[in-house]
Ligand binder design. Structure first.
Ligand code: BES
Ligand code: MN
Ligand code: ZN
Length: 497
């Protein structure tokens, strides 16, 4: 897919489809007015007669519009001009691109992003357009051999019509293209069935991402190496599976070695049966998405590398399968973690925190400026926040505020939950240093409290994406979240200090 900047009059543009914004109450943006004039008042006539009202998200295809360089016009409603903000802009762009994707056209030019929307600038609107195209055009058809009801759109080139600063639009396109591709990668990884997306397969994907990338290096530890290092918690989770676990280390060097890195840690459970604490049957297939944190880390590393960000960034992915079996860990087993702390595993279904605790302890070795883990960690988070906002918990207020702000700006929002020391009480074990579960109360927070014991004094944040990493309605599929939040956070780090 090619994205470009288009300047010059809309009516003269030679493209298979012009996408033109219209406010409700008949207010026409300049590009639309110009086309209306060339087409002898066609748009105004449609508005007058009520064929199009300009409401947010409304679209209307006009074939064979006379007097202009394009054979089709797609009208896109923006709603009321005085109410037009970032959310409305997003909605308008999304509907227009969905409609555009269904047309038999290979190129188009959209003028929606040229309209000022409260809380946005030209850069942001270019990003909205390009990221949205990636989202709308995404399909996962690898395992379908027939009956494809919703084929991928044929659009190959999308122009962004503008009268604003071209350089800002170009920068927006560049960022959004990297983010969009990274989201699609995360979605592909998540959507793969668990018999394809195994720990070793994920490690191979990490290697493939780094191939030919000068500044990106990948190292993969096998279980023998994990044992040598003392990753007893990760190995305890992996024990029940026939598939060997992996520990993936991706290192991106974009700044001086003296600059402390940002470390991402992604939960990579390629399938979570619960282990001996077996999960109930219904919806268990969705536990293939339990590696979504890992997928987002691989995707962010790809975006960082593509954008050649002037930062040092490390991605750590502990990955294994949580299965029952003769060799599986039992409720009551006690293991020694990489940090030296012992854990009483009271519930083998609380496995995410076990693989993460060894990865977080490993992460502290890099003396990070910030360490952020991403995990589909608790069902309780879905109960608390639903599928709209990710849960955020942190031991560092500044980092938490930066991540929350990045999420808002990127349209990938999170919400902070508290992490008072009192919650740690719930994790007391009579036999080991800590238990891996804290009972029914505050399940999302006690999971984070458990993790906090393994990060030392590193500024750390935990994103629980159990609700946001995939959707079930209207369609089941990986969402690619929180890739936008994370890349936004990194982009903001590059313009600081
Ligand atoms: N991967 C699950 C969390 C999950 C469940 C995410 C449902 C999305 C939807 C995690 O490993 C898990 O099983 N957590 C347990 C923890 C409990 C045993 C303390 C949970 O949430 O029930
Ligand atoms: Mn589990
Ligand atoms: Zn899990």
């Amino acid at each position: 897919m090619k994205f470009s900047v288009k300047t010059g009059p809309a009516a003269a543009q030679r493209t298979a489809c012009l996408v033109l914004p219209v406010y409700s109450a008949g207010s026409l943006p300049a590009a639309t007015r110009e086309v209306d004039r060339a087409a002898k008042g066609l748009v105004r006539k449609l508005l007058r007669e009520g064929d199009f009202r300009g409401e947010t998200g409304e679209t209307l295809l006009l074939p064979a519009v006379p007097g202009i360089g394009s054979p089709r016009v797609l009208l896109a409603g923006l709603g009321e001009r005085s109410q037009y903000d970032r959310k409305a802009c997003r909605r308008a762009i999304r509907s227009a691109l969905v409609a555009l994707g269904r047309l038999p056209v290979s190129d188009a030019v959209s003028w929606i992003g040229n309209e000022p929307a409260r809380g946005t600038d030209a850069y942001r609107r270019a990003r909205l357009t390009v990221e949205c195209w990636h989202e709308v055009g995404y399909r996962f058809l690898e395992h379908k051999t027939r009956d494809i009801k919703n084929p991928a759109p044929g659009l190959r080139s999308l122009g962004l019509g503008t009268t604003a600063d071209e350089a800002e639009i170009r920068r927006g396109i560049q960022h959004a293209d990297a983010i969009g591709k990274a989201m699609s990668l995360a979605r592909d990884l998540g959507n793969q069935p668990p018999n394809v997306c195994t720990p070793d397969w994920l490690a191979k994907r990490a290697r493939a991402i780094a191939r030919g990338q000068q500044r990106l290096q990948v190292q993969v530890l096998d279980e023998a190496r994990m044992r040598q290092l003392g990753m007893g918690a990760l190995l305890a989770v992996s024990a029940g599976s026939k598939l060997p676990g992996r520990f993936i280390i991706m290192q991106y060097r974009g700044a001086a070695a003296s600059q402390a890195p940002v470390v991402f840690v992604g939960k990579g459970i390629t399938f979570d049966t619960g282990g001996i604490s077996l999960k109930p049957g219904p919806q268990m297939d969705e536990m293939k998405y339990d590696m979504s944190g890992a997928g987002s880390v691989l995707a962010v590393m790809q975006a960082v590398s593509e954008l050649a960000l002037p930062l040092n960034v490390i991605g750590l992915v502990p990955t294994c399968e949580n299965m029952p079996g003769g060799a599986a860990t039992r409720p009551g087993d006690i293991v020694r973690t990489l940090s030296g702390q012992t854990v009483e595993i009271l519930n083998t279904d609380a496995e995410g925190r076990l693989i993460l605790c060894d990865a977080l302890a490993y992460g502290t070795r890099f003396k990070p400026a910030a360490m952020i883990d991403i995990a589909t960690l608790t069902g309780a988070c879905v109960i608390a926040l639903g599928k709209h906002r990710s849960g955020l918990m942190s031991n560092a207020d500044k980092l938490a505020a930066e991540l929350l702000a990045a999420g808002e700006a990127a349209g990938d929002p999170a919400w902070q939950l508290p992490l008072d020391a009192e919650y740690m009480e719930l994790l007391k074990s009579p036999f080991a240093d800590v238990a891996n579960i804290g009972g029914r109360d505050a399940g999302t927070i006690t999971a984070a409290a458990f993790l906090s014991r393994f990060v030392g004094d590193v500024p750390w944040a935990h994103l629980d994406v159990a609700g946001t990493a995939w959707t079930t309605r209207p369609e089941k599929g990986s969402s690619g979240r929180p890739v936008p939040l994370l890349v936004e956070y990194l982009l903001r780090q590059t313009t600081r200090s």
